[in-house]
Structures are given as C-alpha cells and as structure tokens.
Design a protein around this ligand. Structure first.
Ligand SMILES: Cc1ncc(COP(=O)(O)O)c(C=O)c1O
Length: 399
C-alpha cells in the first residue's frame, strides 16, 4: 500500500495529513454496490463517518443514498447532490430549525426517536400543510457486543423508542394527520465484528413486524437496519474491504422481508474506514523512566478515537518499513497538552528516529470529521492518492 515512491512523496509534504487511497476506495464501493444489488438492498451512507466533499461526491456517483444525523448533514447531502428521495434523517434531538429544513426539502423521511418528536414534526408539517413520511426508530434492546460508547440499541441507551412504547407510538400516529408511518428503523451500534447481533436483530424485527401486522393490520413498505458493520483495525491489510457479501447474505437469510418491502442500511465506517490513514512525522524520541516516547506531530486534535474510546489503530513506521522490529517499544503520543493525547502505549516499532514518517491506519472513518482545533492547532489537510498521481503527471519531480 505504501510504496517507496509514495513515502518519498509523503516526506516532501507538510504533516500531519489524511491520506486517502482512492483506488482502494473505488474497489470498496464497487464491492459494496455489487453486494447490495445482489440482495436488493438500499444503502444510505452515514455522513457522520466522513463528510469530506470529494468522498461524498464519489459515494453519490455510485448511487448510494445519505443517512444524516443533523440538519447540517441533511444540508450537506442536498448540496452535494444526493437525490432527495435517498436522504434519511435520524438523530435523538432534532431541533425546530433542523425539522423545518428537512420538511421544506421533502427528503425521503425522518427516523423518529421519541413520541414527542413525532408530535412536533406533525405540528410543523400541519403548519406547512404537508404530510411528512416517517419511520419509527425502535430500540430493540440488543447488545451489539462492541465498545460501551458504540452501543446504541440497549434499553439504557438514549437512542430510539423503547419497544415498550411501540403501541403508544402507533396509537399516537393514528391520531395525527400530517405524518405518515412508512417504516421501522433500527441501529444497534457501531464496529460490530460478529454477525450474531445482526441475527438477533433480524429475529427481533421479525417478531415486531408480525405483531404490528396482527394488531394493526400494518405492512410497512420500508425496514431500515442501520449500520454498524465493523472493520479490521488490528490487521487492516488482511481485510482492506469488509465482507459486505457476508453481511447482506446473513441479513437476507434471517430477516423475513414482508411483501414488497424495501430493506435499507446505513453503513458508515465499513465504507470509508480502511482507505484513510493519518500520516505524521516523528518530532522527538524521548527517554522516560522505563518507557520511551515517540512524540508525533499528529495528536488527538487530528484523530480523537484513541483518546475518546481507547480505540486501537495500527501504527506503522513507513520510513523503516523493511527494518526488523527489535523489541523496542514506544508510547506513541501527540504534542497536545493532555495525557490522553496518546495513540497507544508499548507499540513495537523498528528503531524510530526524528523525521520518520508514521502511518496511523484505518483512519478514514470518524477521523477527519472529528478533527478539532484544540490547543489552537491547524487542521490536517486531505491528500488523495489520485491527485498525487495527477501532480506527478504535471510535474515529474513530485513522486
Ligand atoms: C443512526 C445511525 N446510522 C448509521 C450509523 C453508522 O454506523 P457505522 O459507521 O458503524 O456503520 C450511525 C453511527 O453510529 C448512526 O448513529
């Protein structure tokens, strides 16, 4: 993935920056497109994972929709040119401005997360003399078996309407004239690496749909199972493209799709995670007591996941790719004034020196989008592999 030529090029650029491998990105999108089409699934890309314009435009061109969790994400999806009928809007706390914006633009639908929210959307829709399509985001109380902070479908979590209140929600909908129920929505969490939670989700959804049919005679045209498919952070090269085929096949096998029902997904991390790396330089190697620190010019303001969730990202010294790892361990840290500004402790790397180029892998999702300017730091730029090649064509000296 990181050739000598590429390293040479990196060494001439100002660090840190996000490097996007566009060939891998296109391969992933083609694989996803093929798998989704095979099982007749509608995929709405979750903008929250990475809302970089260039990336969004490419995803749009592959025919995927947009899953948004804020009014600004809805606006961004519209500006980038995602078709309105492919934009869905979830989020546990939509404010008046966001609700109005989405109603005014007649997006595909809202995923509603509380009974109160349904009433508010109905009120605004009535004022505009519109009938707004919505799905109920239900909380199925299923353990996604992932990091606590990435679990969204348990009764303890703030997301979705607890199943206990489903009846109340449907009764409320029956009383309201300006909203129409088009489906059910679920999202149980993120970085889910086993198919078991999805199988459980399918079984729960089957039971809910049966119940809704028996009690209310309802057959809803849409069912949305959210996102969450995990990626291989430990060894990204082993699985540069997530197993989309297995994921859709599992759901296809276990979900009882109702007559003429359309199945939707909202994948984020699995679409963009592996094609991005945060590229950084070593500023200093500092000896501590019983420890050795590799201090990078990238920190938690550039990639917050390790500080926020204790997440693992593979760290590679690109300048010493062919050098043996000789049992030297480094605490790989950033320059910010926070102890949590650490990418990992005890990372085994080849002998590492000032100015070495370091890649922090699998940073395409929840990386650039979470950049902050804490400590008044500059924001890292995005560097795309195909633009580096273009530069080479114009000026042979770049690579
Ligand atoms: C409602 C909703 N849909 C989809 C996603 C995308 O999840 P992931 O990036 O794990 O696929 C999220 C993220 O947590 C979400 O909150």
């Amino acid at each position: 993935m990181f050739t000598k030529k590429l390293l040479h090029c990196f060494s001439k650029l100002e660090t840190p920056f996000y490097y996007y491998d566009m060939e891998l990105f296109h391969k992933s999108l083609k694989t996803l497109r093929k798998a989704a089409d095979k099982y007749n699934c509608q995929v709405h890309y979750a903008l929250k994972a990475n809302a970089n314009n260039r990336i969004l435009e490419i995803i749009r061109d592959y025919g995927f929709g947009a899953d948004c969790v804020s009014g600004n994400e809805v606006q961004k999806a519209i500006e980038v040119g995602f078709p309105l009928e492919k934009i869905v809007f979830a989020g546990v706390g939509k404010n008046n401005h966001e609700i109005n914006y989405a109603i005014d633009h007649s997006i595909f639908g809202f995923n509603c997360e509380s009974i109160e929210e349904i009433e508010i959307i109905n009120d605004w829709a009535a004022k505009k003399q519109k009938i707004v399509p919505l799905s109920l985001r239900l909380n199925p109380d299923i353990d996604a078996v992932t990091h606590n902070f990435l679990t969204t479908g348990l009764n303890d979590n703030k997301f979705g309407i607890p199943l206990f209140y489903l009846e109340e929600a449907i009764e409320k909908l029956n009383q309201l004239n300006n909203v129409t129920l088009i489906g059910l929505h679920f999202h149980i969490g993120s970085q889910i690496t086993s198919m078991e939670p999805y199988i459980m989700l399918c079984k729960r959804v089957n039971a809910i749909q049966d119940e809704i049919h028996e009690k209310y005679g309802l057959e809803l045209p849409h069912i949305n199972l959210g996102g969450g498919l995990g990626i291989n952070y430990q060894d990204p090269n082993q699985e540069l493209i997530p197993d989309f085929e297995k994921y859709f096949a599992t759901i296809h096998q276990h979900l009882k799709v109702r007559n003429k029902q359309q199945v939707h997904f909202e994948l984020g991390r699995s679409v963009v995670g592996q094609f991005g790396s945060l590229i950084s330089r070593v500023l200093y190697i500092k000896k501590g007591i019983n420890r050795q620190f590799a201090i990078l010019d990238a920190g938690m303001s550039d990639l917050i996941r390790p500080a926020l969730y204790g997440s693992y990202h593979k760290i590679e010294n690109l300048s010493k790719q062919n050098k043996a790892i000789e049992g030297i361990k480094y605490d790989v840290v950033g320059p910010l004034c926070e102890t949590s500004d650490s990418f990992n402790r005890d990372v085994e790397l080849p002998l590492t020196e000032r100015d070495d180029i370091i890649a922090i892998r699998s940073a395409g999702a929840y990386g650039e989008i979470m950049v902050s300017q804490y400590n008044l730091r500059n924001k890292p730029v995005a560097v795309y592999s195909d633009e580096l090649i273009k530069k080479k064509e114009i000026n042979g000296s770049v690579i």
